[in-house]
Design a protein around this ligand. Structure first.
Ligand code: COA
Length: 164
């Protein structure tokens, strides 16, 4: 899995993306501590058990470094940043029946803006991608040469962890 680099000083205008989703009743907001249980259950179901660890790391930060998308009080997407390593984005996922609506892009942009404005980064790293064209299209990300394997090298699977 390769890493990608995003120039945070060259992010596209996010306002039309947020406005479009708002008109469809989709809310993008920062997760709060009371959301933790619901969000972690969602992350487990839509991504993986290992990603729950990353979400929990985001919830340990103040402000929480995880954004969510909701529709009529139903969680439909999430994105973490500053979870597994400083300046890293991910993991992220959108509910299957809500993909292709711009939710993933909005969560990504919101996270990139937070990394720039809240943490002061000039570049962000998308860790261990993933759908490269999605990141290229959404925020102009570029694959970092020779970045495979990423930080997720020698990774344990949940099955291995269960062995005595
Ligand atoms: C990747 C993911 C988060 C994208 O969410 P989404 O809400 O469907 O994406 P968007 O609707 O915001 O798409 C934004 C753009 O990227 C494109 N895109 C989205 N997913 C893509 C993919 N897998 N491959 C190529 N292009 C993709 C869309 O067509 C859209 O292009 P457009 O602006 O020209 O219309 C979602 O598909 C997902 O949850 N996948 C499973 C988990 C995953 O792979 N996470 C990333 C781990 S690194």
């Amino acid at each position: 899995m390769q890493n990608m680099l995003v120039d945070l000083l060259a992010l596209p205008d996010s306002r039309p993306v947020y406005e479009e989703l708002k008109s469809k009743g989709i809310v993008i907001r920062r997760a709060l501590a009371p959301d933790k249980k619901l969000v972690c259950d969602f992350v487990r179901r839509t991504f993986s058990e290992c990603a729950v660890g990353e979400a929990e790391a985001s919830f340990a930060r103040k402000p929480v470094s995880l954004f969510i998308a909701t529709e009529q009080e139903r969680l439909v997407g999430f994105a973490c940043y500053e979870a597994t390593a400083p300046d890293f984005f991910g993991p992220t996922a959108v509910e299957k029946d809500h993909r292709g609506m711009g939710i993933g892009k909005a969560l990504l942009l919101r996270s990139m803006e937070a990394m720039r404005d809240e943490l002061g980064y000039v570049y962000a790293i998308i860790g261990g991608v993933g759908p490269i064209p999605f990141y290229e299209k959404s925020v102009g990300a570029r694959v970092i040469p020779n970045s495979d394997p990423s930080i997720y090298r020698d990774f344990m699977t949940p099955k291995q962890k269960e062995k005595p």
